[in-house]
Design a protein around this ligand. Structure first.
Ligand SMILES: [Zn+2]
Ligand SMILES: [Zn+2]
Length: 707
C-alpha cells in the first residue's frame, strides 16, 4: 500500500464551475484518486475555492456586493457541483478559513525569516479617477511580449507569460477605463532567483513529467527567474505578517498555492489527529500529484516548489498533470470572457456519469480540444446506450430471466478462453493508462472490451442455446458475467455511479469502493443471486443546451428562374431563385467556370437563406447557394426526389430552430460531407426534404466538403 497526495487547482469563487474546469483538472484528478483508492492506496485529495484576490473583488464591485458574499455564494455552488458530479475530494475547503490564514502567514513568516522575502520600492499603477491602486486584474493593456491587446495585469492568456501591470503597453483602469499613473510603493518580494540552481537540478531529475510541462518549465528557467512581488495594495486578502506592511495583503497566488498544505492540515484536524497531514507531507516516499490546466504550470513547477524549498522539510511535487485548454469554437473556456458551458446546466440535462463520460472523451490531454456539446447526445446514444448499456442489459436480463443467479460453468471452449484473456489484457492496459494519466485511452480500452463482449454474445447466441444446450448456455452467460464484473470494477474511476449500479445488479452487497481493483480478474461465484435488471442509460433527444449547430441553419429548396452574368466579375453568376412562399432571392454564385446558364436554369438548388446578406463586387447576395467541391470539380447541390420551392431541408433527429441571421462561421461549424452515392450527409444521416433527398448535381469525390 502506498500513500498518494493529490492537489487540484483552486477555482476562483467568482463564478460557477464550467466544463473547462472539469475537463482540465477535477475529473482527471478524480479518476486518478478513485483508481488509487480501489487499488488499495491511501489517498488524500484536496482543493478549495480561491476566495481572495482581484477576480473576486472585481466581480463583487460589478454586482454591488461585498467580496465575502460573492465568495461564499460561489463556494457553495462549487461544492454542490463537485458533489453531484461525484468528484471525491477528501476535503474541498476555501481560502477564507482561520486555519488557512494561519498556515499562509506561517509559511510567509518562515520564508521572511530565512531571508527569501525582502522589501523593495516599486512602481505601481494608481488610477487618479477611481483614487485607488490598481493591482493585477484591475489593469488591462497590451502584452509587451506578444501584443495581445487584452492582457491582464498579472498574466497574458494568449502567450502564457506572467506580467507586471507597469510593463503593459497602454494600460487602462479596468473599472473606469482611464489611463493610470505610476506611483512608488514599497512591497515585499519573493527571492525566486535564489532558487534557480536547486530548481534546475530538480526539474532535470523529473524526467517522468509530461513533455509539455517539462518544456514550459525549462523555458521559464532558461529565461531567468525574476523575484516576484508577494504583497499588494488591496484590502481583500490575508494581511502581511511583517511590521510596517500591515496595510497590505499577500498576493493571491502565494495564498492559493499554500492551500495545498493548509487543506491537508485542516483535513487532519477534521479527522481528529492533527498530525496526520505530516504522513503525507514529511514522508519522502509519498508522491505528490498535481492536476491543473496549462496556464497554471509555472505556479506548480517553479513557484510552489521554490516556496517549499525555502520552507524546508516538505514534499515537492512528483507529477504535474497539466491539461491543455478546452475550447468552444476558437475561444478558450473562460469565466471572464463568458465563453462557457456551466456544469450545473449540463447536470440538469444529463446524468452525472453521462457527463463524466463525455468530458473524458473530450479531455484535452495532449492538445487543445474543442468542446462540441451537441456531440454529447451522440456519445450517450451510440456509445453508452448502444454499446456499454446494451451489453450489460442483455447479459443481465437474459441471465436473470433464465437462471436467476450466476450459472455454474461447464468446460470452457476457445471463444470463452479468448474472452477471458481479453479481459486480462484490458485490465492491464487500463491500469497502466490511468497510472500514467492517459485517461482517455483507458476509457477507450474499456469501451473496446464492451464491444468485444457484444460480439461474443451475438456469436454465442445464448437465446438459441437455452433451447438446445442449457449447460453450454450457462457457460456463455457465466463468461459474460465475469466480463460484467470486470467492467464494473474498471469503470469505477470513470463512471462511479454506473459502476456501483452494475455491482449491485450482479448480486454484490456493499459498496464497490470497498472492493479491490484486482477483483476484476477473480471468479464470480456460481449461485450468486442477481438483482432485477434496470436500464443503465437512456436514449436522449436533443435539448436546448446541446442544440446542434445544424438546427441554426435555414436551408431551403429553391428553383433557379434566371441567370445573369455579373458585370464586374468573370467567375460569378447572378442567380435569381424562387423560394415559393418565401419569395425570390438574388444570389451571387461563383459557378461560371463550371456551369453554363442553360445548365443552371430551372434546376433545383439548396439555399442557406439566413446568412447575413453581403455584397460581392457591388451586387447583393441574399443567401448562399450550396455546392460541393473536391479540389478539382465543383457541383451544386440539388434535389433527388419530389419537392416544392421553399421546402425546408432537415436531418432526422435535429430540430430546426433557425437563428435570424448567421455569419459564415456559423455555417462552417456544421460538417456536411458527400457520401459515395453523392448524397449530402451530416454525421451519417442524409439531408432531406419531406419527399426527397439532397445530392450533388454531378459527380464529386466522396468526402468532399460543402462550400
Ligand atoms: Zn502575451
Ligand atoms: Zn479608474
Amino acid at each position: 500500500m502506498e500513500k498518494i497526495y493529490i492537489g487540484v487547482a483552486w477555482p476562483y469563487a467568482n463564478g460557477p464551475l464550467h466544463l473547462g474546469h472539469m475537463c482540465g483538472a477535477y475529473l482527471p484528478a478524480d479518476i486518478f484518486a478513485r483508481f488509487n483508492r480501489i487499488k488499495g492506496n491511501e489517498v488524500l485529495m484536496v482543493s478549495g475555492s480561491d476566495q481572495h484576490g482581484t477576480p473576486i473583488t472585481i466581480t463583487a464591485e460589478k454586482k454591488g456586493k461585498i467580496p465575502e458574499e460573492i465568495a461564499e455564494y460561489y463556494h457553495k455552488i462549487h461544492v454542490k457541483d463537485l458533489k453531484r458530479l461525484g468528484i471525491s475530494f477528501d476535503l474541498f475547503t476555501k481560502t477564507t478559513t482561520e486555519n488557512h490564514t494561519r498556515v499562509v502567514q506561517g509559511l510567509f513568516r518562515t520564508l521572511y525569516d530565512n531571508g527569501y522575502i525582502y522589501p523593495k520600492k516599486v512602481q505601481v499603477l494608481y488610477c487618479p479617477v477611481c483614487k485607488r491602486y490598481l493591482p493585477d486584474r484591475y489593469v488591462e493593456g497590451t502584452c509587451p511580449f506578444c501584443g495581445n491587446k487584452n492582457a491582464k495585469g498579472d498574466q497574458c492568456d494568449e502567450c502564457g507569460k506572467t506580467l507586471d501591470p507597469v510593463n503593459l503597453t497602454d494600460p487602462r483602469c479596468k473599472i473606469c477605463g482611464s489611463i493610470p499613473k505610476i506611483r512608488e510603493s514599497e512591497h515585499l518580494f519573493l527571492k525566486l532567483s535564489a532558487f534557480t540552481d536547486r530548481l534546475s537540478e530538480w526539474v532535470e531529475k523529473n524526467n517522468h513529467w509530461r513533455a509539455s510541462v517539462r518544456k514550459f518549465t525549462k523555458k521559464w528557467l532558461a529565461n531567468g527567474l525574476r523575484d516576484r512581488a508577494i504583497s499588494r495594495d488591496l484590502s481583500w486578502g490575508i494581511p502581511v505578517p511583517v511590521d510596517g506592511f500591515e496595510d497590505k495583503t499577500i498576493y493571491v497566488w502565494f495564498d492559493a498555492v499554500t492551500g495545498y498544505l493548509s487543506a491537508s492540515i485542516e483535513w487532519a484536524k477534521i479527522r481528529g489527529d492533527k498530525n496526520l497531514w505530516k504522513e503525507f507531507w514529511k514522508d519522502e516516499r509519498v508522491k505528490h500529484y498535481y492536476f491543473i490546466a496549462k496556464d497554471n504550470i509555472p505556479f506548480h513547477s517553479i513557484i510552489w516548489p521554490a516556496m517549499l524549498m525555502g520552507y524546508g522539510g516538505l514534499n515537492l511535487p512528483y507529477q504535474i498533470s497539466a491539461n491543455e485548454f478546452l475550447k468552444l469554437g476558437k475561444d478558450q473556456f473562460s469565466k471572464s470572457t463568458g465563453v462557457c458551458i456551466w456544469v450545473q446546466d449540463c447536470l440538469s440535462a444529463l446524468n452525472p456519469d453521462v457527463l463524466r463520460y463525455c468530458l473524458t472523451v473530450t479531455m484535452p490531454e495532449t492538445k487543445d480540444s474543442e468542446c462540441k456539446p451537441y456531440k454529447f447526445i451522440g456519445y450517450n446514444n451510440s456509445e453508452l446506450v448502444g454499446n456499454l448499456g446494451n451489453l450489460i442489459h442483455r447479459i443481465l436480463t437474459f441471465t436473470h430471466k433464465n437462471f436467476g443467479s450466476v450459472p455454474r460453468p461447464g468446460p470452457l471452449i476457445k471463444q470463452d478462453e479468448e474472452l477471458l484473456e481479453r479481459i486480462d489484457v484490458t485490465f492491464k492496459e487500463v491500469g497502466d493508462f490511468i497510472q500514467n494519466c492517459h485517461f482517455k485511452r483507458g476509457l477507450k480500452s474499456i469501451m473496446d472490451l464492451a464491444q468485444t463482449g457484444n460480439k461474443y454474445f451475438d456469436q454465442a447466441s445464448p437465446w438459441k442455446l437455452i433451447k438446445s444446450d442449457r449447460e453450454r448456455c450457462g457457460t456463455v452467460l457465466y463468461c459474460t458475467l465475469r466480463l460484467t464484473k470486470a467492467i464494473s470494477i474498471m469503470l469505477e474511476p470513470y463512471l462511479p455511479f454506473t459502476s456501483e449500479k452494475i455491482w449491485k445488479l450482479i448480486g454484490y452487497e456493499g459498496n464497490i469502493g470497498q472492493h479491490r481493483w484486482n477483483e476484476a480478474l477473480t471468479e464470480i461465484s456460481p449461485g450468486q443471486k442477481l438483482r432485477k435488471p434496470k436500464i443503465l442509460f437512456k436514449k436522449l433527444d436533443f435539448c436546448a443546451i446541446f442544440e446542434h449547430p445544424f438546427g441554426n441553419l435555414d436551408l431551403r429548396l429553391a428553383k433557379i428562374v434566371s441567370v445573369e452574368a455579373h458585370p464586374n466579375a468573370d467567375k460569378l453568376w447572378i442567380v435569381t431563385a424562387d423560394l415559393g412562399m418565401l419569395g425570390q432571392r438574388q444570389l451571387i454564385a461563383g459557378l461560371k467556370p463550371y456551369y453554363s446558364r442553360e445548365q443552371l436554369l430551372n434546376q433545383w438548388i439548396v439555399v442557406l437563406t439566413n446568412l447575413e446578406p453581403r455584397k460581392l463586387r457591388g451586387y447583393q447576395s441574399e443567401g448562399m447557394m450550396l455546392a460541393a467541391q473536391d479540389g478539382e470539380k465543383v457541383s451544386f447541390l440539388t434535389l433527388d426526389g419530389k419537392g416544392q420551392p421553399g421546402d425546408q431541408i432537415t436531418v432526422d433527429g435535429i430540430m430546426p430552430q433557425p437563428k435570424t441571421l448567421l455569419g459564415i462561421q456559423d455555417f462552417q461549424q456544421v460538417e456536411l460531407t458527400i457520401d459515395d452515392k453523392g448524397l449530402v450527409m451530416l454525421e451519417g444521416k442524409a439531408l432531406r426534404t419531406k419527399e426527397g433527398k439532397i445530392k450533388t448535381s454531378s459527380r464529386v469525390r466522396a468526402g468532399s466538403k460543402i462550400c
